[in-house]
Design a protein around this ligand. Structure first.
Ligand code: HEC
Ligand code: HEC
Ligand code: HEC
Length: 415
């Protein structure tokens, strides 16, 4: 059971961490109970603060992955028809990012890279839809379709009634389908982005610096006088497969533990080094431990009862409607997968986990999977959680199991 350790260390560790009466064959879940982990402190810088360059609004009145605040509901709004709003203002609103930003999901005139998560409404004025229907669909589409992907623009307070009327007045003027100058502009024709760069070539992927850093940290003695190598020996041998089984349930912490949080908690009590979540050193070791298992298929074992319980929670979380936009992960990455939200192509669930942590060329930094979750929370205006939140653990497990069999390829590189 101390197979990852060199021989003398193995003995030392057995004495340190296990009782001598331990039976010979121990189930895998009980075995993890012997891995030294700090069980006291959070793995993130506390209190957690959202990245300062991200939108800072506190969406406390909307639910997130932790709090189930009831999203305000709505019934049909009665309005005077025909609606006489200001179509000029309506035209402005549909492309305004802070307002409906309708063009991120609908083809409408005047947008350079519209999306196609919603239907093409560029000639909706000819469809003969009643004003009251149009108003209410924009105000709160859940009236017609409780699971709609479209945010409830009126009920959630993004648009006022007057603004909705302006938008409806504008929509009624639209009679000609948009003609695109190039296929890139048309979300139905836009070429799907394919990542063809060699992610392990440092000239192609600046994220490769993390592998070098992780390799260095592995042999560096911590405040307790020992390095990872002192206990584990050659990393290529000790951790050739380990990362393919992560994340996993850690009963002592009552949560699913990812590689990053493991690094923080394990290092604290072994080398004594402090590698807080999403810091450079944490990412370095997390990238490195996965890099060692590159080329191996992800293989999370789901036979354990606790794992299955966490998976059920994960499934609920990814389909939970959250934030001011009232959207679920599945709205974008399942229902709308393969479509475009403005200029961004929506990834499907399969293929979204095998390359994390990933170097993001658009940001010039490495993001671990939890930072991606945080960003996808904030982008739909839901409060993010700390990186080591148990909810993210359940979701990471659920999504990783969907990627079982996919080949680890870390650090990834993405836009
Ligand atoms: C996150 C994506 C998204 C955004 C942003 C969005 N919509 Fe939609 N919209 C949809 C989807 C998806 C549908 C298809 C029906 C459904 O799921 O309810 C839809 C349907 C509609 C319809 C109904 C058309 C019909 O006849 O069925 C109208 C009208 C509409 N949207 C207008 C708007 C306007 C106006 C805005 C901006 C204020 C907007 N949408 C923003 C996703 C979006
Ligand atoms: C004092 C000795 C010691 C040091 C130092 C140490 N470890 Fe460990 N490590 C252990 C023991 C004991 C286990 C549990 C038995 C096993 O899996 O070999 C373990 C297990 C692990 C595992 C497998 C965990 C699992 O889920 O089964 C990984 C990965 C690991 N260590 C990585 C590291 C890294 C990275 C460092 C440096 C930051 C490090 N270790 C430093 C003793 C140590
Ligand atoms: C409004 C749409 C939207 C919602 C809702 C959303 N995301 Fe995303 N997500 C994106 C966009 C846009 C990207 C960047 C393009 C891409 O890779 O799909 C992205 C990227 C990702 C990626 C990286 C994919 C890759 O291959 O690198 C992951 C993982 C992810 N999202 C997970 C989630 C999870 C988990 C949730 C729910 C908490 C969620 N997303 C909710 C829009 C969304």
């Amino acid at each position: 059971m101390y197979g990852n350790l060199t021989k003398p260390r193995r003995l030392q560790a057995m004495l340190m961490f296990s009782s001598l009466t331990m039976p010979f064959s121990v189930a895998a879940d009980q075995m993890s109970a012997t891995v030294p982990l700090d069980l006291e402190k959070p793995a993130h810088a506390a209190p957690w603060q959202r990245y300062s360059s991200w939108r800072q609004t506190d969406w406390e009145h909307f639910c997130n992955l932790r709090r189930g605040v009831a999203h305000p509901v709505s019934f049909i709004q009665t309005i005077d028809t025909p609606i006489k709003g200001d179509p000029v203002n309506g035209k402005k609103l549909v492309t305004t990012r802070k307002k409906g930003n309708c063009v991120s999901c609908h083809i409408l005139p005047g947008a350079s890279f519209p999306g196609n998560v919603g239907i093409n409404i560029s000639s909706i004025g000819k469809w003969g839809l009643p004003d009251e229907f149009l108003f209410n669909y924009v105000y709160d589409a859940r009236i017609y379709n409780p699971r709609t992907v479209m945010p409830p623009w009126g009920t959630n307070g993004v648009l006022t009634k007057t603004e909705v009327m302006d938008i409806v007045s504008y929509l009624k003027t639209l009679t000609q389908p948009v003609k695109f100058d190039s296929p890139e502009q048309n979300p139905e024709k836009r070429p799907v982005p394919v990542e063809t760069r060699d992610n392990l070539d440092e000239f192609e992927n600046s994220g490769m610096f993390a592998v070098d850093l992780g390799e260095k940290l592995y042999t560096q003695k911590g405040p307790k006088g020992q390095s990872c190598q002192d206990c584990h020996g050659k990393p290529e041998k000790a951790f050739a497969k380990w990362a393919t089984n992560m994340p996993k349930v850690e009963p002592r912490l009552n949560k699913v533990l990812g590689v990053e949080e493991f690094v923080t908690r394990h290092a604290r009590v072994t080398t004594g080094a402090e590698y807080l979540a999403q810091t450079e050193n944490n990412l370095g070791l997390a990238v490195y431990l996965r890099y060692l298992a590159n080329g191996q298929p992800i293989s999370i074992n789901t036979s354990d009862m606790n794992t299955r319980i966490a998976l059920r929670r994960g499934e609920e979380l990814v389909s939970r409607k959250i934030g001011q936009f009232n959207m679920a992960c599945t709205d974008c990455h399942v229902i709308s997968a393969g479509k475009w939200i403005r200029g961004q192509y929506l990834a499907t669930v399969v293929g979204m986990m095998d390359h994390f942590p990933t170097y993001r060329t658009s940001r010039g930094e490495i993001w671990d999977i939890r930072k991606r979750f945080q960003w996808c929370n904030v982008s739909i205006r839901a409060n993010d959680l700390p990186p080591d939140a148990p909810e993210y653990g359940d979701m990471e497990l659920y999504l990783t199991v969907k990627n079982n069999g996919r080949i680890l390829s870390v650090p990834g590189i993405r836009h």
